[in-house]
Design a protein around this ligand. Structure first.
Ligand code: UDP
Length: 402
C-alpha cells in the first residue's frame, strides 16, 4: 500500500485527502530538513516519517544531517541545557568550533540549500548554516524542539542573533516561544500511529509481557515509561503507588532506558530501587533503546498510565498511552497540560497523594476507565498524530511562500 494510504485507516481518509489538497500548490517544490542526527531522539524519529510523507505528497523533500566533532556536540549540548534554563558558560573557542562546523557543512550542502524553496533547520546545532549561505533563494524556518521558556540569557542572545535572519520559527508550545522579529508558529509534536511504538499488536504479544517480566495477571497494572530522570518524578510515582495500595491491590511498572551513558540516570535509578525497597509488585525495567515493541506492549497491557513529571517539554509518552486507549494521570506541567484534559482524557495532578486518589478512582470503575481511554484515543487522533503535524507544516509553507 502507498505510504499515504496507510494512514486512511488510522487517521481517517478525509485527513489524508486534506493533506493531498493542501500539498497541491507546493508540488515539485524543494524542501530540505536539516538536523544533526539520523538516529535517536524524537526529532530523527519524526523526520524519518515526515520526509517520506512530504515526498509522497509530491514535494521534492530531502533530509540532510550535518556532521560535527566531539567539541561541536559538547558546545551544542551546552546550548541545549542553557536554552532549557541552566547556567552554562560556553567558551569563545567552543563557539568558534560551532561556527567552523556550520561553515564547513554549509560548504558541502550549499548547492542543496541555496536552491531549496524551503529549509527547515531543526534545533540549534545547524542554526548557523544560514549565515554561510548568503544568496539563498527560499524561505528558512527554524524549528525549535526545546523548551525555551526561560533560557540562560547570554546563550539565548547568541542563538537569537543567528535566528533573527530566518523567515519564521516554530516552537512546540506557546510558552516556549521568545520575542523574535519574524512570524512564529506553534506546532505541537506528534506520534506516528504506524511506528513500532504505536502500531496495533496481536493480543498474544501484549499478553506475553506478563510472563516476560513476571507480572501478575490478576493485579491491576499501572505504568510509567520514562528515562530515570528527577524531572519525571519516579519517586513520586512510587509514593503514589504505595498510598493507593493501602486501599486497593495493584502492581507498578517503571520502564526506562539504560543509564550507562548518563551518570545522573544511574544515580536516579539507584534512588528508585531504594524507594521500591524490594516490593515484589514494583517492577523496575531497564530496557534497551530499541525496545519499542516492548514499550508498546506494556502501554497496551497497563490499566492506567502515569506521567507524573514535575517539568516536561511535551511528553510523547502521554500521547503514546492515550493512543492506546489509556487514561493518563499526568503532572500538571508543560506539554502534559495540552494532552491531559482534566477529568476527560485523564487527570492532572501535582502531588503523589493526588495521583493516588486518581489511581483509586480509576481502578474502582472499569467503565470510567474505558470511557476516558476512548476519549483519550480520540483526542490524540484529532490532535497529536503525525498527519496533523504534517498538515501544519504544509499550511505554514503556504502562508510564508511569497
Ligand atoms: N522511551 C523509550 N525507552 C525508554 C524510555 C522512553 O523508547 O526507556 C521513549 C518514549 O516511549 C517516548 C520517548 O522515549 O517516545 C520519550 O519522549 P518524552 O517526550 O516522553 O520524554 P523525553 O525523554 O523526551 O524527556
Amino acid at each position: 500500500m502507498e505510504l499515504l494510504e496507510q494512514y486512511n485507516q488510522v487517521a481517517g481518509k478525509e485527513v489524508v485527502e486534506h493533506l493531498k489538497q493542501l500539498a497541491e500548490p507546493l508540488r515539485g517544490m524543494k524542501v530540505v530538513h536539516v538536523n544533526s542526527t539520523r538516529q535517536g531522539g524524537g526529532v530523527a524519529e519524526l523526520l524519518r516519517k515526515i520526509v517520506p510523507m512530504m515526498e509522497a505528497l509530491g514535494l521534492d523533500a530531502r533530509w540532510e544531517v550535518i556532521e560535527g566533532t566531539n567539541r561541536f556536540f559538547q558546545c551544542t549540548k551546552g546550548f541545549h541545557n542553557s536554552l532549557q534554563g541552566k547556567t552554562v558558560l560556553i567558551s569563545e573557542s567552543a563557539l568558534e568550533e560551532y561556527e567552523r562546523v556550520n561553515a564547513q557543512n554549509a560548504e558541502e550542502l550549499k548547492p542543496v540549500l541555496q536552491d531549496a524553496d524551503f529549509v527547515f533547520i531543526h534545533d540549534p546545532q545547524p542554526a548557523a548554516l544560514l549565515k554561510y549561505i548568503p544568496d539563498r533563494k527560499g524561505k528558512w524556518i527554524w524549528r525549535c524542539h526545546i523548551d525555551c521558556s526561560r533560557p540562560y540569557r547570554p546563550v539565548w542572545k547568541y542563538i537569537r542573533n543567528l535566528i533573527v535572519d530566518y523567515d519564521a520559527s516554530i516552537f512546540s508550545l506557546a510558552e516556549f516561544a521568545q520575542p523574535l522579529p519574524h512570524p512564529q508558529y506553534i506546532i505541537a509534536p506528534s506520534i506516528d500511529p504506524l511506528s513500532e511504538k504505536n502500531i496495533e499488536l496481536p493480543a498474544n504479544e501484549v499478553d506475553g509481557i506478563f510472563d516476560q517480566f513476571g507480572l501478575k495477571r490478576d493485579l491491576p497494572l499501572i505504568l510509567q515509561v520514562s528515562r530515570f530522570d528527577r524531572f519525571k518524578d519516579p519517586l513520586g510515582v512510587i509514593a503514589a503507588y504505595k498510598e493507593a495500595k493501602r486501599m486497593i491491590p495493584l502492581q507498578l511498572v517503571l520502564a526506562g532506558g539504560g543509564a550507562t551513558d548518563d551518570p545522573e540516570g544511574e544515580v536516579v535509578l539507584e534512588e528508585v530501587k531504594r524507594a521500591a525497597n524490594g516490593d515484589p509488585d514494583i517492577h523496575i525495567l531497564v530496557l534497551p533503546p530499541d525496545a519499542h515493541r516492548t514499550i508498546n506492549a506494556l502501554q497496551r497491557a497497563a490499566d492506567i498510565v502515569l506521567q507524573k513529571s514535575i517539568k516536561e517539554g511535551f511528553g510523547l509518552t502521554v500521547s503514546e498511552a492515550m493512543w492506546k486507549g489509556k487514561p493518563v494521570i499526568g503532572g500538571d506541567t508543560g506539554g502534559i497540560r495540552l494532552q491531559v484534559v482534566d477529568h476527560y482524557t485523564g487527570f492532572k495532578v501535582r502531588t503523589p497523594e493526588g495521583a493516588a486518589l486518581r489511581i483509586r478512582y480509576l481502578l474502582h470503575s472499569t467503565e470510567k476507565r474505558f470511557e476516558m481511554g476512548q476519549r483519550a484515543k480520540r483526542f490524540v487522533k484529532d490532535n497529536f498524530l503525525v498527519t496533523r503535524h504534517l498538515r501544519e507544516y504544509l499550511a505554514l509553507m503556504i502562508a510564508i511562500f511569497h
